[in-house]
Design a protein around this ligand. Structure first.
Ligand code: AMP
Length: 494
């Protein structure tokens, strides 16, 4: 490998990595006092990313010596400097090496593999399938496909996107017409591969994107079926935000002597600030309305745990005058597209989404992510919050939590390496249809003078009748709830 390469092979002995710099759930030496980056077993070289120059002297795309047409497209996308994963991945991919990239969506990883892939495709045969990118969701497949189209402008390289839920004939036609690149979800790809004249025998580069999500969705058997149809002599790139054992095993099977590259594999991007608001379940919608009304939240993704909640919350917000739409698994492809397009073009200011539906969505300029329901895992938190603070923009994540969420909040904070900033819910507006304004001198004004109290007693300004109507959802009394709101994690990061 040349000295200019951003990836240096290192031996375990010579590694200068600090124990915790890589050590995490994906590391085979988790409890060792010295730790090294994960290498699939059998890979002789231990590769580690060279020091990123991202925060110092910024690199330029010029150093990669890409074709002028590709450079023009990079500029047209508004990319001026490579992101850290691009810094690390482009050179080895250009050199034909296998890569295991630990990076989440939002780090610029799509261009990290698409740019060198396009450069390599510029030489060699045309009008035959040569590159296969496999993605776990239709949304992600569409986005990658769009990225490919944008970055391949003027090269005459063609891309086809293949996923279920829409007619397969146009997809088959696209491949037959001579696309060099196919971006596919596994199920539909296997379906299409039953066509006699469609084969993966000419594939030179395989990319598995969001491999951990493929595992979550039960796609690994399909992936193995696909890989068996590929030529052995190929380049393989696997990207994953996390590295569960199953993905480690898959990487082991697929990759040969990979460069292992890593960008903040579990910690969300540093461009995101993280706030925590303690709030009772029954009061979350009021709090959300209040935040949307009071803060400059231009473009906001709100995450709920269930499809039903995503749909009903979007409707409630719409009724309250906030242009909102839901993105959840029960939507048809057309409805999903309408939701995404509407959110992208600003028709909808709020996108209320479930995790599965929102995985991989890439909308530039998302200013806020709100965890209306706390995610189940720290990794999901990373994925959700990765919808904002993308590339070099700043974003804010706000998490609503109550005492039941204490454990997961602790795990998320451990993963973040810091406490979230604790914010006060403050006074909440009464649900308009059900509650008359509190009489002067009662409740609200008292709370507003005491932020600590108002956080612990967020809805004291309600009228008696409204409180009675909400009693069933409350469970604990005010005093006990105020006490139980102490997560033991509440100190501000400030
Ligand atoms: P990804 O992680 O591939 O989903 O990319 C996240 C976002 O970053 C997308 O909107 C990309 O267009 C954008 N992006 C990718 N590379 C760069 C770059 N070098 N500079 C600025 N934005 C970028």
């Amino acid at each position: 490998m040349s000295a200019a390469s951003p990836v240096e092979p290192v031996s375990r002995e010579s590694s200068t990595l600090q124990p915790d710099s890589y050590c995490s759930f994906f590391c085979p030496r988790q409890n060792a006092d010295r730790c090294y980056p994960f290498v699939p077993t059998g890979g002789p070289a231990i590769a580690r990313p060279a020091k990123s120059t991202f925060n110092g002297v910024l690199m330029s795309f010029k150093q990669f010596q890409l074709h002028p047409t590709i450079n023009k497209n990079i500029a047209a996308q508004g990319y001026t400097t490579p992101t850290p994963i691009q810094e690390q991945a482009i050179t080895p991919v250009l050199a034909g090496q296998d890569v295991l990239g630990l990076a989440q969506t939002g780090t610029g990883k799509t261009a990290a593999f698409v740019l060198p892939m396009l450069q390599r495709l510029l030489s060699g045969p045309r009008r035959t399938l040569r590159a296969l990118i496999v993605a776990p969701t239709r949304e992600l497949a569409e986005q990658i496909h769009e990225n490919v189209i944008n970055l391949a402008q003027g090269t005459s390289l063609r891309s086809v996107v293949v996923y279920g839920g829409v007619g397969k004939q146009p997809q088959i036609k696209g491949i037959r017409a001579g696309a060099e690149i196919v971006v596919a979800c596994p199920g539909r790809l296997l379906d299409i591969l039953t066509e006699k004249d469609i084969t993966l025998k000419g594939i030179e580069t395989l990319v598995l994107d969001e491999a951990d999500h493929m595992f979550d969705k039960g796609f690994l058997p399909d992936i193995r079926r696909i890989v068996r149809q590929l030529p052995k002599d190929r380049q393989s790139l696997v990207f994953s935000a996390t590295m569960p054992r199953e993905i480690r095993r898959l990487a082991d099977e697929i990759l040969i002597d990979p460069c292992v590259l890593q960008v903040n594999h579990t910690a969300p991007a540093p461009t995101i600030s993280h706030a925590l608001i303690r709030i009772a379940k029954a009061e979350k919608t009021q709090l959300l309305r209040k935040l949307l009304a009071e803060r400059e939240m231009k473009s906001t993704v709100v995450f709920t745990r269930t499809k039903h909640k995503a749909r009903s919350l979007a409707r409630q917000l719409e009724k309250s005058g906030f242009p909102a739409v839901s993105l959840q698994g029960n939507l048809s492809q057309q409805q999903r597209r309408r939701a995404m397009d509407g959110f992208r073009d600003g028709t909808f200011r709020v996108l209320v989404a479930t995790d599965i539906a929102a995985r991989g969505i890439d909308v530039s300029g998302v200013s806020h992510v709100i965890n209306y329901d706390v995610p189940d895992t720290a990794e999901t938190y990373t994925h959700r919050t990765g919808r904002t603070g993308r590339a070099h923009n700043h974003g804010q994540a706000i998490t609503f939590a109550d005492n039941d969420d204490r454990q997961i909040i602790t795990r998320i904070e451990r993963n973040l390496g810091k406490k979230m900033e604790l914010e006060q819910a403050g006074e909440l507006p009464a649900p308009a249809a059900r509650i008359a304004p509190a009489p002067r001198g009662q409740g609200n004004s008292r709370n507003s003078n005491n932020p600590a109290r108002s956080a612990a007693k967020p809805a004291q300004g309600r009228s008696k009748s409204s409180q009675a109507s909400r009693r069933p959802s409350r469970g604990k009394g005010r005093a006990s709830r105020a006490a139980s709101f102490d997560f033991g994690v509440g100190a501000s990061a400030k």
